[in-house]
Design a protein around this ligand. Structure first.
Ligand SMILES: [Zn+2]
Ligand SMILES: [Zn+2]
Length: 216
């Protein structure tokens, strides 16, 4: 949302502080279920699908300079395992706390100029506008922080075979005896190779760069 754009009370991520009032110490708890906005999460890695339910639990506390908002968001996040690329889903719980300031006072309580005049200083501050505040940037930051940067389907996921792409967790004994077409030809003559010889062969694979594959 562009700065200074008026907040829309019909936006489900916009909350009204009129009921709370401006008396310091006043408290209000509320819950709301919303549809996840677009791109909620870490793009291309894991996130809450657009439109999926997000449960919000908020506690609003009136303080001198504004409203302190503390809360939790719960949703199901979807992504894929960075090692084996299998789809995965996890229960997301993101906590947040943010101060929304009244626009008529700066953090020292002084009456301040128009927000546009000292935009640089106020870049990271969030404001209450006409008694409303927009939780969306707070929710976005909290969700990104709560999600794993490198999600895995299971902690000990073995990833994929670098030669054939098989998922190794499904088949931990999976391996390739022949790593090069020349070795593949020799394999018939040599018969079965001893386990100890396999390690030496992996060097030949890199050097040859042949993408010929042979199953055991
Ligand atoms: Zn995996
Ligand atoms: Zn393989």
């Amino acid at each position: 949302m562009a700065p200074n754009a008026r907040l829309d009370h019909r936006n489900p991520l916009v909350f009204d502080t009129h009921e709370l009032g401006r008396r310091p110490g006043a408290l209000q708890r509320l819950t709301r279920e919303i549809d996840a906005p677009k791109d909620l999460g870490i793009q291309g890695v894991i996130g809450v699908p657009e439109g999926a339910p997000v449960e919000l639990e908020l506690r609003l506390e009136s303080v001198m300079e504004g409203v302190l908002v503390t809360g939790t968001a719960r949703a199901q996040a979807k992504g894929e395992c960075v090692r084996c690329l299998e789809p995965l889903e996890l229960a997301l719980e993101a906590d947040f706390q943010e101060m929304f300031s009244y626009p008529d006072a700066d953090d020292r309580g002084r009456v301040k100029a128009e927000p546009a005049d000292d935009a640089e200083e106020d870049e990271d501050r969030l404001f209450i506008e006409d008694g409303l505040f927009d939780l969306e940037p707070v929710l976005r930051d909290a969700v990104v922080l709560a999600l794993p940067m490198q999600p895995v389907c299971q902690d000990d996921c073995l990833g994929l075979c670098s030669e054939c792409g098989a998922r190794l967790t499904d088949d931990p004994d999976h391996h390739h005896d022949a790593v090069d077409i020349r070795w593949a030809a020799l394999q018939g003559l040599a018969g079965s190779l001893e386990d100890g010889e396999k390690d030496e062969m992996s060097g030949a694979d890199a050097e040859a760069g042949v993408d010929e594959k042979q199953e055991k």
